[in-house]
Design a binder for this molecule. Structure first.
Ligand code: ADP
Length: 492
């Protein structure tokens, strides 16, 4: 390593010498000026003049040497520093010394060490992020705010049968086509979940079909979330999951339940009809005990038909095979009809029933069979889970662009700790099981599916020992028609 000189030190020394000489010269001049005999000191003048010339020469030479030395070192430093600027962080400036230039070189070397360490750390993190992205189980696509693909991982490339990562830079809806689960036509750019998230900044999640030429369609669960920077949507992250197998298993399960229920329904109905005939005395008068047994068979067959019917309906709704046939419906008429069917039950339990349907409600486009099932289930529950002499009320009104129906009772209520499970399949609360052995726990699950598939919502409030209120809403615009294969199975 070249040892650098110390230009500033030599300069200081030089200036000290010059100052000393200047003091000496000053002293001589003072002597001469006060001797008033200039002639006598001619030699002295000459000496002073030469000394000054000599001093000036000395300054000029030493100054030039110093400037040249410093310039050379600074140029060297500049050359070395430009290697950093060009990205060569492994380079070390080979200059030492304790002067400013040496210290500057030392500081540069330290800075390059730190920069190199930071770069290595960032590179490692980036590499780690890339490894994570490549190895995550799902496909991942990052989009910019226009919908252009900025990043795509290997899983997404394989899932979408793309040639490679050359789709980077392309608009996502041009890179691959998606179909919604019912339609064979590809979704338009506007309907694509990845584009919708960019427009409204709300996460989008749904299952779509993806077609590869000559192969079975893939079912892709697509979850698109906005990337928000400073309150603005800067892009989106799209996660793709292949749910073809899960969907197939689901479909097979639903199909099995549908088939089994269907097969069970016919013999069960036969048991019910023949028992009914026995009870009616069609095969001769029954003894008291025979009458009791036959009644038991009849009640049990009714319960089994109810269960099978609920299972069948759930499978019909879940498989999307149900027909939705909306027609302008008078809600007052619909509710009155259902209440009428249930009159015998309320009278038996001496329950009072208040019905109030807003007078100015227009006819709403509804599938009366489906919405009737919702009212029927809520009212049957209110009657079942309210003791003798209780009160039940039904209110139907309009709130903004929704029809809101409310069914209340002052019955047993639903225990707080069980309320989270109310809409789950086969749920029956502990207090309900004690007072009412009959029940499948499928009614609320079924009507929730009906309400939600009609574009509405269902919710409730309940306090144990005080009562329960269920509400459901349906858009004023009504239900959307859907062609299907089957309607709801009705208990017979
Ligand atoms: P089921 O009535 O056949 O048991 P549902 O799905 O209709 O099935 O209801 C599920 C459960 O929710 C009931 O078993 C009961 O515990 C509770 N539940 C529903 N409605 C009411 C109500 N009005 N009051 C109290 N509990 C209710």
């Amino acid at each position: 390593m070249a040892k650098s000189s110390a230009p500033h030190k030599s300069l200081i020394t030089l200036f000290v010498i010059i100052t000393a000489i200047a003091v000496l010269l000053g002293f001589f001049l003072y002597k001469i000026l006060y001797s008033q005999d200039v002639q006598a000191h001619k030699n002295v003048y000459e000496l002073v003049a030469w000394s000054m010339v000599f001093v000036l020469l000395l300054i000029a030479i030493s100054g030039t040497i110093s400037v040249l030395t410093v310039t050379k070192q600074i140029r060297k430093l500049k050359d070395e520093a430009s290697r950093f600027a060009n990205g060569d962080l492994s380079h070390k400036i080979e200059m030492s010394g304790t002067d400013e230039v040496g210290q500057l070189a030392f500081a540069f070397n330290q800075m390059s060490d730190r920069l190199r360490a930071s770069y290595q750390r960032i590179a490692l993190e980036k590499q780690w992020d890339e490894i994570l992205l490549e190895n995550m189980g799902e496909g991942m696509i990052a989009l910019d705010k226009k919908g252009q693909i900025g990043l795509i991982n290997g899983n997404a490339v394989t899932m979408l049968n793309l040639k490679g990562k050359e789709v980077v830079g392309q608009l996502v809806y041009k890179a691959f086509a998606l179909h919604d689960a019912n339609g064979k036509k590809p979704l338009s750019a506007h309907d694509r979940p990845e584009m919708r998230v960019l427009h409204n900044a709300k996460p989008q999640s749904n299952v779509f079909e993806f077609w590869i030429e000559g192969q079975k369609p893939l079912m892709l669960h697509i979850n698109a979330s906005p990337v928000v920077i400073d309150g603005k949507t800067a892009g989106a992250i799209v996660i793709l999951r292949d749910v073809t197998h899960e969907r197939e298993v689901d479909r097979m399960k639903t199909e099995f339940i549908s088939l089994a229920s269907h097969q069970l329904r016919t013999p069960l109905s036969a048991i019910k009809w023949y028992t009914e005939m026995l009870l009616a005395g069609d095969a001769g008068k029954l003894k008291k005990e025979q009458q009791e047994f036959a009644q038991n068979i009849y009640d049990s067959s009714e319960r089994m038909i109810e269960l099978v019917s609920s299972l069948l309906n759930i499978s019909r709704i879940e498989s999307g095979r149900i027909i939705i046939d909306p027609r302008p419906t008078d809600l007052k008429q619909l509710v009155d009809g259902i209440v009428n069917d249930l009159k015998a039950k309320t009278e038996e339990k001496q329950q009072s029933l208040i019905i109030s349907v807003h007078k100015e409600l227009p006819k709403i486009n509804l599938d009366a069979r489906l919405i009737g099932q919702v009212f029927l289930n809520l009212l049957t529950n209110a009657i079942k889970y309210t003791p003798q002499g209780g009160e039940i009320s039904v209110f139907v009104s309009r709130k903004d662009d929704q029809i809101v129906a409310q069914v209340s009772d002052n019955g047993y209520g639903i225990p707080k700790q069980e309320q989270g499970k109310v809409f789950q399949k086969f749920f029956r609360a502990e207090n309900a099981v004690k007072v009412e052995t009959d029940g499948t726990g499928l009614g609320l699950y079924l009507i929730k599916s009906i309400v939600e598939s009609s574009g509405g919502k269902i919710w409730f409030e309940s306090a144990e020992g005080k009562g329960t209120t269920f509400w459901f809403s349906i858009p004023m615009s009504g239900m959307k028609a859907k062609t299907g294969e089957v309607t709801l199975d009705e208990l017979k």
